[in-house]
Design a protein around this ligand. Structure first.
Ligand code: GLU
Length: 385
């Protein structure tokens, strides 16, 4: 799809997720920038009035908390960061509530951890409650639940949280607001230029990405591009733009050439993946690794089959049934990922055995597959470098 068409299509976006980074909301001196916040809320409320569904993913809890607690330095220990998040999150929400109420808009706080979206039932619950809020015209304001999040259950940064939120609610558009005018790359003449249209995020693209997060924020441009590529692959168009520019949201939604546009690709809804496979591909952290032989690799990639214990050569890590594992070939190259039916300890005993032998050992009810094909995803589906 050519660039002007993709820009024009933004005008008809029905469901929009807007991620606002800490650097957009907090001034250099650590104080929340209430003027900026008010301006963004005006833009968000206008989108709502136009009848669009609006979801906000907002950072800034830790920054607001540090300021409220009079802490000049960002602490490095987890409990102090969690304390800052607890204090800051309520202040952040109070500010949003006041600003949205002035514009006759209701908001609802949604705090998530990666863990919440990894468990199937909680994942569906989170989706249902978010859809219910939208049905009632409420704007969900989402953040990571930093008060209980520890590294193992974190999304990583709010760019990843925003792309997962876009997938969860099947948004048409994801806007990542930062403090630069989009992604910049060096052109043939050696000048840094804004890239206004990006159809493919490759390792080469990422090598141009600068910025590694800051005092308050976690993600830099590389994390934005990776999250954008994943969302685009699942059917959401992404715009990375400058949240400090006045009127940025109405301009994006009017189809103006601002920021960097990454169009949804391919045109198929959800990238052609079932809801379940999307959940497997994007909402899990791998807990272990299986090395498979060439026959199993062929069966998975060429014939779309399930993974059987007979094809397993090596097991690493310590995982339970239902956990996500990486599957690599004998050369160590990634082949797929999937949810294991068996624990790592069981696979160590069963690897190389045929299904008949496994059933002799464990009974006829034992799953013949180690990973059922419905629970398998190949890296190409994620399309992130
Ligand atoms: N959840 C963090 C906060 O609200 C921000 C994380 C991020 O910016 O990526 O402070």
């Amino acid at each position: 799809m050519p660039h002007p068409t993709a820009r024009k299509q933004l005008t008809s976006s029905r469901r929009v997720v807007v991620k606002i980074g800490s650097r957009v909301l907090v001034q250099r001196n650590g104080r929340p920038d209430t003027r900026r916040m008010a301006e963004l809320v005006a833009g968000l409320a206008a989108l709502r009035r136009e009848g669009r569904d609006v979801i906000v993913v907002s950072s800034g809890a830790i920054a607001c908390g540090l300021q409220a607690l009079g802490m000049k330095k960002k602490p490095t220990d987890l409990p102090t960061l969690q304390m800052a998040a607890a204090v800051g999150q309520s202040r952040l929400m109070a500010a949003y509530d006041r600003l949205f109420a002035r514009r006759k808009c209701r908001i609802g706080q949604v705090l998530l951890t990666h863990d919440d979206l990894e468990h199937r039932r909680r994942h569906l619950n989170a989706r249902n409650s978010m859809l219910k809020l939208l049905e009632h015209g409420v704007v969900p304001v989402v953040n990571e639940n930093d008060v209980v999040s520890v590294d193992e259950i974190k999304f990583g940064d709010n760019d990843a949280l925003a792309s997962r939120t876009a997938m969860l609610v099947q948004a048409d558009l994801l806007v990542l607001l930062t403090t630069v005018n989009g992604f910049h790359a060096v052109d043939a003449r050696g000048r840094r230029r804004r890239v206004d249209f990006l159809t493919d995020v490759t390792a080469e693209t990422l090598s141009h990405a600068t910025g590694k997060g800051s005092f308050f924020s976690t993600g830099g441009m590389a994390s934005k591009l990776t999250s954008a590529a994943e969302a685009a692959r699942m059917g959401t168009t992404v715009v990375i733009a400058n949240g400090r520019q006045t009127g940025i949201l109405p301009r994006i939604l009017a189809g103006a050439n601002v920021g960097t546009l990454i169009p949804a690709s391919p045109a198929k809804p959800n990238g052609g993946l079932s809801h379940r496979r999307r959940w497997v591909a994007f909402f899990h952290h791998a807990q272990g690794r299986l090395t498979i032989d060439d026959g199993a690799r062929e069966a998975l990639l060429k014939r779309g089959r399930s993974l059987l214990p007979v094809g397993i050569r090596e097991v690493s890590g310590d995982f339970s049934p239902g956990d996500l594992v990486d599957i690599v070939d004998l050369a160590g190259q990634p082949v797929a990922q999937g949810l294991s039916e068996y624990s790592s300890a069981e696979i160590r005993l069963l690897k190389g055995l045929k299904t008949d032998r496994i059933r002799e050992l464990l009974g006829t009810e034992a799953p013949g597959e180690l990973i059922h094909r419905d629970n398998l995803v190949v890296p190409a589906w994620r399309n992130a470098p």
